[in-house]
Design a protein around this ligand. Structure first.
Ligand SMILES: NC(=O)c1ccc[n+]([C@@H]2O[C@H](COP(=O)([O-])OP(=O)(O)OC[C@H]3O[C@@H](n4cnc5c(N)ncnc54)[C@H](OP(=O)(O)O)[C@@H]3O)[C@@H](O)[C@H]2O)c1
Length: 284
């Protein structure tokens, strides 16, 4: 937005849709110490708190934008009481909206007026940090005018946001940092076997009917390894084999039945493998 405002020389406008319900916020305004505390949750208090936060955020943001000298304003507003889907989770309010509400509340075109007024009207040019209602500047309650509270909310949000970003940065670093092998936790099976010729080798891959077993079988086969997929679910494995051969027509892959929970099945598999005459270079 900053770039656009500068390039276009047209004022940018940030509009927070708040509500008169900010007056029903918890008595302390924002519960910084119980922000995610479900036991202290109260739907009216929480809604009021979020709407108060909309007002405080616009006020503090307006201050920052002004300090940065950018041509962007930030305001908040109450759109009115309107028959919408907002009350779908509250049976009593929903009932009211769908009956008497239709007669006494704003309709949707009226409900969108203040938002559009603040977003576009020339009268609002240069106006920032204000709260509007019925397309006019209006006064929020004392908490909604409390710039100390606005700064506290800003700092609190920035700390939450920065902690999140720091965690994300660390995760990305861990994913991309390469160890002594030259590979990292984001390396793929194809990457770590790139250029390796596995022809002449035979591998038994257990659990090859799905997940990483399937991918292991596919990648080893693509490197020329003769892969014996030792699986319990032969039907699933046949599909895996079909997909591998479709992708790598000269792949040497075969399915053999093995249920690792049955010693009899293990013995049968071992004897069948032995009689196949294949060497065994890799067992996984
Ligand atoms: N209606 C009123 O009387 C009234 C009064 C004062 C203030 N307001 C404010 O006006 C604004 C609009 O309300 P409305 O009456 O138009 O309510 P609405 O009909 O319930 O519309 C709310 C819109 O917000 C979307 N939304 C909700 N949670 C979201 C999320 N987590 N991520 C993305 N989108 C989400 C909804 O999408 P889905 O359809 O996907 O849920 C829906 O499009 C709200 O901020 C409300 O607090 C309304």
């Amino acid at each position: 937005m900053k770039k656009t405002a500068q390039k276009s020389s047209r004022e940018g406008r940030i509009v927070n849709v708040s509500s008169e319900a900010h007056r029903f916020a918890y008595s302390e305004g924002i519960r910084f110490d119980k922000i995610n505390d479900e036991s202290a949750y109260n739907s009216f208090g929480a809604y009021g708190q979020s709407k108060l936060a909309n007002i405080l955020h616009a006020k503090e943001l307006a201050k920052h934008l002004k300090e940065d000298g950018v041509n962007i304003t930030a305001n908040s507003l109450h759109p009115g009481s309107i028959v919408t889907n907002l009350f779908r989770y509250n049976g009593i309010l929903r009932g009211f909206c769908n009956t008497v509400g239709k007669l006494v509340l704003k309709n949707i075109p009226q409900g969108a007026a203040t938002t559009c007024y603040v977003a576009l009207h020339p009268q609002v040019q240069g106006v920032s940090g204000e709260y509007f209602s019925d397309s006019n500047i209006y006064k929020p309650n004392s908490q909604g005018q409390n710039m100390e509270l606005a700064k506290k909310l800003w700092d609190f949000s920035m700390n939450l946001f920065e902690a999140q970003i720091e965690g994300e940065r660390e995760r990305m670093w861990r994913l991309s940092s390469k160890g002594a092998s030259g590979f990292s936790s984001s390396s793929t099976a194809e990457e770590v076997t790139q250029g390796i010729d596995g022809s002449g080798l035979t591998a038994i891959v257990t659990g090859a009917s799905s997940g990483i077993g399937t991918e292991t079988a596919r990648v080893l086969a693509s490197r020329g390894v003769h892969v014996v997929m030792a699986v319990r679910n032969m039907a699933a494995c046949r599909e895996v084999k079909k997909a591998i051969v479709k992708e790598i027509p000269n792949a040497k892959v075969q399915a053999m039945e093995l249920d690792l929970s049955s010693l009899a099945s293990v013995r049968k598999f071992a004897s069948e493998f032995k009689s196949s005459g294949l060497p065994l270079n890799i067992l996984m």
